[in-house]
Design a protein around this ligand. Sequence first.
Ligand code: FES
Ligand SMILES: [Fe+2]
Length: 437
Amino acid sequence: MTSQSENDLLTGVGPGTAMGNLMREYWLPACLSSELVADRDPVRLMLLGEKLIAFRDAAGRIGVMDHRCPHRCASLFFGRNEEGGIRCVYHGWKFDVDGNCLEMPNLPPDQDFRQKVKAKTYKAAERGGLVYVYMGEREATPPLPALEAMLCPPEETELSCKQRECNWLQALEGDIDTSHFSFLHTGKVEIGDIDPNHLERFQVIDRAPQYHVITTDWGTMYTAHRPAEPGFTYYRFAHFAMPFWTLFPNGPLEDNIIAQAWVPMDDTHTMTYFFTWKRRTPGLGLSRSGAPLPYLDRATALLPNTTGWFGRWRPAANQDNDYLIDRDAQRTISYTGIAEVFTQDSAVTESMGAISDRTLEHLAPSDRMITMTRRRLMDAARALRDHGTIPPLVENPHISTVARSGDLIAPANLSWLDAYEQTLGRALHPEFSQAAE
Ligand code: FES
Ligand SMILES: [Fe+2]
């Protein structure tokens, strides 16, 4: 069972919290590159409970800083992004992307003290269409994360983001809980509905698999397994990578190159960033006749972005409209009556409350990956808090590049880890074009 204090430790990410400090050791996805246009409007970013603004100056450099002007705390969101910096509209002080104060135009020259004033900035980096920010204390930043989906050529990769209106951990836990897939998403799909040779048919035939779970250098890893044809086993593998990345099964392990981040905006809002390699085999989505399975599409309709702290990438079907649930559809063609996979996940994870009260849970053996992942996170947060221990993945992100999720069928007499390694050995490995730095 997770106690109240453990739940607080796991879910709180603001400044000074143990989990927040752990996350601040890593580069965090901050926004899409396309959201920051040179010399155009600054963007409000809420990250780990901190209100920030991001902008791109005329030279293309990215600034991420506390939104409050160091003079008297007016929001730099209203600032003028002009000629190499952002200018506060209250008294005209201007700051560059490193936080240096360039001008104090409301003061006579002999009173100017710009050398003594610095805006609170965070280092930013950009790779493959994503802006990362480092909110930690250290002068020398660590390397960027290096899961394989991030290193594929950008033209072969799709990157999208969507907001989830609840705490980051309950959102993430949906990705390491394969047991829900056969209910929430495919509870109404019968074996006769789908291609009889589809790799994922076994999760429709047998909805109560067994599990293996281990810790890894980068986080945790597990598989759900069920019998396949006589003498063979069907596996679904997934990974958690510190501090909030998941690689979940959504097609054959041979080419299922994906990665998803669950980045806390604050304790009750989360932004997902999803990398998917375009050349991978799509997951289960079509019926035997080739028509889309009802309510199982993967394109989430989004509201137009607003400039508010929580205005970016909000799904159109959300808790304000009960996710547009259709009860007739729920009675006939869909387990939930809620259209589209991400929205189905939003409905259940947001329905737990803004921060799920884990003291009320009754965890089952099917939740072992979740239990082990919580343990891994708490151990890392406490080790950093109590002993200053930096997790190995911070300095050596390439140790996670080998992680791959997906489905496979292997002889039943192979161990689960041998089945994984052997399949990975003959899997497709894309040419990386993005440097891991
Ligand atoms: S508050 Fe920003 S210049 Fe005065
Ligand atoms: Fe799901």
